[in-house]
Design a protein around this ligand. Structure first.
Ligand SMILES: [Zn+2]
Ligand SMILES: [Zn+2]
Length: 262
């Protein structure tokens, strides 16, 4: 059994839960400890049961609660060796909290693989998690879709994938300065709804049957807009949402649906 559930997703903070019968992992703890614990309790996840954390990158919406969580529950951070220096510096935690890994490693009975994502941070990683014949993946904060991201995610049945903004809505947003628009739209920024749709059409050629749209901008997107843009693009490719593939949307302020693979 392999489970995946977003506890919070968006520019205000990100946490995703991955679990088997005996292993429980959090991908990022990007919210304060008290909020994290509230969300975990809503999802019936005991914080004492967490086996390890993995981190996507050092931006605050992904690490805000890591130091407090790790200190309180004495949970190790499994950290890809090439990223460990910057992560240690950002988190200001003693060295014994870190377990350095290669790009493939095990946490309990889950095999974890990490892969690089282009983004304007010191490092940015996506992850896949495998248990028996099941695999799930998480990839957000994607400036530009790459072959390695698509190839890595294609083995998964369920994928959490960024669908950050609607390009027109972002360009027309009067409250966003030009430099910020350029940053978000640039190839080290974030993935638009339409590029998310294009990616899902590729993932459909692999094993992926369920995608959870994630890291939606609260200002330049809506859950309906993201869903409709992706659904309509897939339709142009002959892929029918609800029949060929299923699309769900993750929330910022509430836990998402839990997907459980046998
Ligand atoms: Zn980021
Ligand atoms: Zn982010």
């Amino acid at each position: 059994m392999l489970k995946i559930q977003t506890l919070s997703s968006g520019s205000a903070g990100n946490i995703t839960y991955i679990g088997s019968d005996t292993t429980n992992i959090l991908v990022d703890v990007g919210l304060p400890l008290s909020t994290t614990l509230k969300l975990m309790s809503q999802a019936n996840i005991d914080p004492h049961s967490i086996t390890g954390l993995v981190i996507t990158h050092e931006h605050s919406d992904h690490i805000k609660g890591v130091t407090d969580f790790v200190t309180q529950y004495n949970v190790p951070i499994y950290c890809y060796n090439r990223c460990s220096k910057i992560l240690r510096k950002s988190l200001k935690l003693p060295p014994h909290h870190f377990i350095e890994t290669e790009n493939t490693f095990s946490i309990g009975d889950i095999t974890v693989n990490c892969f690089p994502i282009p983004h304007d941070s010191q490092f940015c990683l996506g992850y896949t998690f495998q248990h028996n014949d099941s695999a799930v993946g998480v990839a957000t904060d994607i400036g530009q879709m790459t072959e390695i991201i698509v190839d890595s995610l294609s083995i998964c049945q369920v994928v959490v994938l960024e669908s950050n903004h609607d390009i027109q809505k972002l360009i027309a947003n009067p409250n966003y300065p030009d430099w910020l628009k350029r940053r978000i739209l640039g190839n080290r920024g974030h993935l638009s709804n339409i590029d998310c749709g294009r990616t899902i059409a590729k993932l459909y050629q692999g094993n992926v049957s369920q995608v959870i749209l994630a890291h939606l901008s609260e200002k330049n997107n809506t859950p309906t807009l993201a869903y409709q843009t992706v659904k309509q693009y897939l339709q142009t490719q002959g892929i029918i949402e609800g029949k060929d593939i299923y699309i769900d949307v993750a929330f910022q302020s509430q836990i998402g649906n839990c997907y459980c693979l046998d």
